[in-house]
Design a binder for this molecule. Structure first.
Ligand code: PHE
Length: 357
């Protein structure tokens, strides 16, 4: 009697070992036949043997054989159903085994599961393109804080306290001395404080202004600041660089125009327009340029000597230029987008178009 009990134990061990060695659906099927086949399965034969036992032994050994059968069935089912089993390979390495059995259960006629794909945001795509162009011209990319002090946003940039020019920047203050930066220009000061010329850098980032929202104004938008400081830098370098940059970004046909302007931190200062590719100034009702033939895109100028002094760079020896570009504006022009708000409505039908371009 003891022998029947130990035989059942040995069979269980044998099954477990064979199961661990079964690497595919075929081997599992073989194992099922070996143990559960209706005619010659090892478990089936044990049930046959039971029939000849006296009733009191039948009960106790019957239970053991049933347990073995349940063990075999359960483990075979688990192995067959799991689409992937992980098994210890010969050298103890873990290998992943795909189970063909599971593939049979996939109904290929059913519609597939759609994954909700996102897309790179058009502003980011545009920003990457701008960075790429300037990197080929030897510029580095830096980033700075969106919460600034009055000193960096205004004072070091040559806006004295209460100067009326501050009113041009509708500032969102966070307290006595802290504010949300209204432009990326504070990074001119931060970069020049840390690095001595030659400096060639662009600074992309978000800026904030207390604006009423309309198709061309948002309280948060992106700018890219450009800054170059070295010996012998002139306005001609600024013109040449911006002209090349805008042509690379928007196409060779783009014309540029520099109009005199005012910023406390540059002298002389300019606003830079690009020619309207939509109507070339011929359509009085042009939605892009309003019939003027030009579209304002950025502010620029030669760094005011006072700003250089504020960061201890000698204006007798060094000169430089800076520019600031509104990214959404440029992207609106490039992609013919009429309303700036569409950038931030998170409508995937909008953002996906640019991904596909
Ligand atoms: N910071 C200016 C603005 O936001 C743009 C600018 C940058 C002008 C650098 C001159 C030089 O309008």
């Amino acid at each position: 009697m003891k022998t029947l009990e130990s035989r059942i134990g040995a069979l269980k061990t044998k099954f477990d070992e064979s199961l661990a060695g079964a690497t595919d659906a075929g081997a599992l099927e073989e194992l099922r036949n070996e143990f559960l086949s209706r005619k010659r399965g090892r478990v089936t034969l044990l049930f046959e043997e039971l029939k000849s036992l006296p009733p009191e032994e039948k009960r106790s050994f019957g239970r053991l054989v049933n347990e073995l059968k349940a063990h075999v069935q359960k483990n075979l089912a688990v192995s067959l159903k799991g689409s992937i089993r992980i098994k210890s390979g010969a050298k103890g390495k873990l290998t992943v085994i795909e189970d063909d059995a599971d593939r049979d259960q996939v109904d290929l006629t059913l519609p597939g599961e759609t994954l909700p794909w996102g897309a790179p945001h058009p502003v980011m795509l545009f920003l990457e393109e701008i960075e790429r162009i300037f990197e080929t011209m030897g510029f580095s990319v830096a980033e700075g804080p969106e919460i600034e002090t009055d000193y960096y946003n205004f004072e070091a940039l040559n806006f004295p306290p209460h100067h009326p020019a501050r009113d041009d920047w509708d500032t969102l203050y966070l307290g006595e001395n802290l504010l949300l930066r209204t432009h990326t220009s504070p990074m001119q000061v931060r970069v020049m404080e840390k690095h001595k010329p030659p400096i060639r850098i662009i600074v992309p980032g978000k800026v904030y202004r207390r604006e009423a929202i309309d198709p061309t104004h948002l309280p948060m938008f992106y700018q890219v600041e450009g800054l170059l400081v070295d010996e012998g830098v002139t306005f001609a370098h600024l013109k040449g660089t911006l002209d090349l940059f805008l042509k690379r970004l928007l196409g060779d046909k783009i014309g540029t125009r520099f109009r005199p302007s005012f910023f406390p931190f540059t002298e002389p200062s300019a606003e830079v327009d690009i020619s309207c590719l939509i109507c070339s100034g011929r359509d009085q009702a042009c939605p892009v340029c309003g019939g003027t033939g030009w579209k304002e895109l950025l502010g620029a100028g030669m760094i005011n000597p006072q700003v250089l002094k504020n960061v201890n760079i000698d204006p007798e020896r060094y000169s430089g230029w800076a520019f600031g570009l509104g990214i959404e504006r440029a992207a609106m022009f490039c992609y013919q987008i009429a309303d700036m708000r569409t950038f931030y409505e998170n409508d995937l039908r909008f953002t996906r178009q640019f991904f596909l371009k």
